[in-house]
Design a protein around this ligand. Structure first.
Ligand code: HEC
Length: 154
């Protein structure tokens, strides 16, 4: 029986320790956030959520094209453009990043047009081009080193 009590006590200590750890981290971050009040920066959670949605729509887009469902393909691409337009997308502010972003939008718009023209082959090609911009931009971002949210580090 005492073993259980001891076990519970240890678990309780761990839980208390963990929650306090969380609090200290939040407190530690607070002043840094305040310091940058002038420049609105997307928070890490928003960026992650946004980027994950991007992957979700591009996978659904691939599925739609494979099933020859052009209206669905157009809808998923429109969703991708909406993701692209969100402020959190521009977490890297360089000309190259902007160039890949523009490329992304252009390929997406061409894909929508091809889908609306019921041109499956053109839509498939645009999908490949669009996916290449995913690779290009990601390779670029990785080359920058740990750009991961420069605003959240330091
Ligand atoms: C113009 C640049 C750009 C383009 C184009 C782009 N991404 Fe991203 N993506 C980013 C950046 C920046 C991040 C965040 C990188 C980091 O966290 O270090 C990111 C992160 C991601 C993540 C990771 C999210 C996570 O959980 O950490 C996924 C998945 C992703 N992108 C998918 C895609 C897909 C799919 C496409 C193409 C349809 C695409 N991206 C196109 C810039 C881009």
């Amino acid at each position: 029986m005492w073993k259980w009590t001891l076990g519970l006590a240890i678990v309780a200590c761990l839980l208390v320790g963990w929650s306090q750890f969380g609090q200290t981290r939040e407190q530690a971050n607070a002043p840094a956030d305040k310091k940058k009040e002038g420049t609105p920066k997307p928070d890490k959670k928003t960026v992650k959520e946004l980027m994950t949605r991007k992957l979700d729509h591009s996978q659904k887009l691939l599925a739609a094209l494979i099933k020859n469902d052009l209206p669905k393909a157009a809808a998923e691409t429109e969703a991708l453009i909406r993701v692209r337009k969100e402020a959190a997308w521009m977490i890297v502010k360089t000309d190259t990043y902007e160039m890949w972003s523009k490329d992304f939008t252009q390929n997406a718009e061409d894909l929508i047009k091809a889908a609306k023209d019921k041109n499956l082959d053109a839509a498939k090609l645009r999908y490949l081009e669009l996916t290449l911009t995913c690779f290009h931009c990601h390779a670029y971002v990785r080359d920058l080193g740990d750009i991961s949210y420069p605003s959240f580090e330091e």
